[in-house]
Design a protein around this ligand. Sequence first.
Ligand SMILES: [Mn+2]
Length: 475
Amino acid sequence: MKNYFSLFIFLLILSGCTNPAGRTWMIPVTIDPADLDYSPSSMESFEERRSQLIDSLGNSFVILRSASQCSANRHEFRPNNYFYYLTGYADRGSYAILSQDPNQSYCLSAPPQNMRMQIYDGKVLDVQEIMEKYRPDRTVSYREVRALIDSIVKTGANIYMDRSDRTFLRDLQEMAGEEGSTQFKHIGKLVDELRVIKEPMEVEYMQKACNITAMALTNVMKECKAAMYEFEMEAVIEGTFLEYGSAMPGFNSIVGSGPNSTTLHYEPNKRLMEDGDLLLMDVGAEYGYYTADITRTIPVNGKFSSEQRSIYQLVLEAQKAAIEQMIPDHMFTDANDTVTAVINRGLTELGLITDPESDWQVSFYTLHGTSHFLGMDVHDVGRYHERELEPGMVITIEPGIYFREKALEQAQEMFKKDADSTEIAEFVEQIRPVYEQYINIGVRIEDDILVTTGGNINLSRYAPKEIEDIEQIMR
Ligand SMILES: [Mn+2]
């Protein structure tokens, strides 16, 4: 009996999920306590990554530290991505050393055990606990690890480390001394290509990050109205993140209304929203150190104007066409080409492009590329260009069209390399009367796409993006 009941609930959830055009917006955002803390079952993945890395090491060493910057009370601690990717361990003040030395191919250091720190900051794992939980070949104390690193650096062997951690790099260079022959290479050379292809565990975290973000955006659709501030919407978004176990956003939330919707990386989020504005939100919850990156654009008063609607439909059409291209053997750049073609055609029909053959006229409106890898970093590591898509890649598709107030007067300066001044002047004069109807409309729609063997899965599918759905939720 109980089984049938859970099947019934499951089907109920499924129907809510697969038919988002219906009344219910059921977004699966349950908290799994195992995600929020150490889980022994995930240790195998980290072990597998280390063994792949160690195979390619030769005589070199890898030295990483868990903290990449001193946050001075301004932010919560978050481990260095390379350190975490290879260890699964997230305490402040720890070091990992990897090598082909059979006796200590994986050495982890315990964080400082000083009593005052433990009283202030809480207990950290000791050497014994680290051995049991994270299974290194050897664990050394914080005191010992400096001497160990020093001795490795002094051997003159090549060291792979995170070169973006400038403080640590300087530190190691000092240990090596002026005469030292040690080369400090970037760990990304060995690890980035592993990070590009996501394992099931990583996809699971990214799916949850996307679901939490979809919930946050849906909550804004319910709360948003004129005469509220952008930061109130930001509070709804980040409050929802926290509510579902996302400790922090994966990047600064962009919440821009009216003219701010046309500023790509607008972050102050402090304008009073007006009736008739669009609100563009480019946000992402981080979950298990993986981030979502979703953009939705909504009308502040709950109803798209006809100008807003025509631009929105065009961006949506371009976005859907690009997502269809995100399948194995297609090129990474196919998304951008598709978006450009669709937007070019649409804007020409609206009288906003005078020469469909010109490349610069489309970029006058689109301003940025369509895609990047997504993962532990919002602009995740990996090579993009001349690259075929493979199962396990997660890629954002984020076309946009922006009508900036100053764009017409800036056109000459912006495109002087692409066209001569008469051509630009003619374009500006011809489109001006139409352009003026669209000023302060900025629309971007962004989803996170997992490439699979048979095609792709839209990880951010629960965030509403059809006009009817958005208007219905905002009613
Ligand atoms: Mn993005």
